[in-house]
Design a protein around this ligand. Structure first.
Ligand SMILES: NC(=O)c1ccc[n+]([C@@H]2O[C@H](COP(=O)([O-])OP(=O)(O)OC[C@H]3O[C@@H](n4cnc5c(N)ncnc54)[C@H](OP(=O)(O)O)[C@@H]3O)[C@@H](O)[C@H]2O)c1
Length: 289
């Protein structure tokens, strides 16, 4: 059985991926579904009760804490002797008006979305190299390729993850370790509620009217895009498909788009070295004419 570790399994894409992989009968996986707060393990334990402690194991792991990461991976390697698949899924969303957001808040986003993945990869790399095999999936975002207004901290953290991944992937291939990033577009998960809470905290009173209006336009544009009915958004169950494809691909790629919508936006960015088409399309989609 392949040993799989997934971060951020209390909800959303991580939870669905852990359940689908632990229940897969054709390709048996032993899944370590980790979360930073074990009080949230109720849903995965209920929905995974048929496979719990057989192919699904729930463990404590906070990717922003060195001690937590050391403890989890030391125990895993002691017990299993190997790790075949690492899925860096845990992440936080962030949106706001930049001049009202503290640097500590921006650092916090980077600490989870970028350094969190760096920390887990750091912990397992020598094991995978010794094995001469492994798959690493870094869950990124369309905003990791195309920055979006009012999500500067989030976009930057996913850009950092993309750059790190692209830089590391070629040497890992020499050890038969494949690293991929997944660019998700909107997926219907509890991250949406966290976004709503963030929007409720936007400090309109601290900025000029024009910036406030642009933020309201951004919110309306984003509400339109994340609406499941318009075809751009996915359910969490559906979002698992691309992740499993990346893990099981016989010819793994560096990057996977989660949908045709994402693939279209990414390819239009990559063929314009001036970046101007991105500025124009982000402005049109999110800020209004
Ligand atoms: N949903 C989308 O539209 C979308 C789009 C693009 C990319 N993504 C990416 O997809 C990934 C999963 O997000 P999701 O949509 O499934 O959202 P979600 O339901 O909010 O899940 C995020 C998970 O990350 C965990 N997490 C946050 N900080 C952590 C930490 N320090 N240590 C360990 N776990 C931590 C959360 O745990 P708690 O419950 O304890 O907070 C939760 O389990 C993220 O990397 C996100 O950036 C999502």
């Amino acid at each position: 059985m392949k040993i799989v570790v997934i971060t951020g399994c209390s909800s959303g894409i991580g939870l669905e991926t852990a359940l689908q992989m632990a229940k897969a009968r054709d390709k048996p996986y032993k899944v370590y579904a980790t979360m930073r707060n074990l009080e949230k393990r109720g849903e995965i334990e209920n929905r995974g009760s048929d496979v719990m402690n057989k192919t699904l194991f729930v463990r404590d792991l906070d990717i922003t804490k060195d001690e937590s990461v050391d403890k989890f991976f030391t125990t895993l390697i002691r017990d299993e002797g190997r790790i075949d698949v690492l899925i860096n899924n845990a992440g936080v969303m962030h949106a706001g008006i930049l001049e009202t957001v503290s640097l500590d808040e921006i650092r916090g986003v980077m600490e989870t979305n970028y350094f969190g993945a760096v920390r887990t990869i750091h912990a397992i790399l020598s094991v995978m190299k010794r094995q001469g095999s492994g798959r690493i999936i870094n869950v990124s975002s369309l905003f990791g390729i195309c920055g979006a207004p009012f999500t500067e901290a989030y976009s930057a953290s996913k850009f950092a993850l993309e750059g790190f991944s692209e830089a590391l992937a070629p040497s890992l291939r020499k050890f038969n370790i494949n690293l991929s990033t997944i660019q998700y577009g909107p997926v219907e998960t509890p991250i949406r509620d966290r976004e709503e809470e963030m929007f409720a905290r936007v400090k309109y009173d601290m900025v000029d009217d024009k910036t406030g209006q642009l933020m309201r336009n951004f919110r309306a544009g984003r509400d339109h895009i994340v609406n499941l009915d318009n075809g751009a958004a996915q359910t969490a169950e559906d979002a698992v498909k691309v992740l499993v494809k990346a893990i099981e691909d016989d010819d793994p790629k560096l990057m996977y788009s989660s949908s045709d919508f994402v693939a279209g936006v990414v390819s239009s960015k990559l063929k314009d070295p001036t970046g101007e088409s991105m500025v124009a399309s982000a402005s049109k989609s999110f800020l209004g004419d």
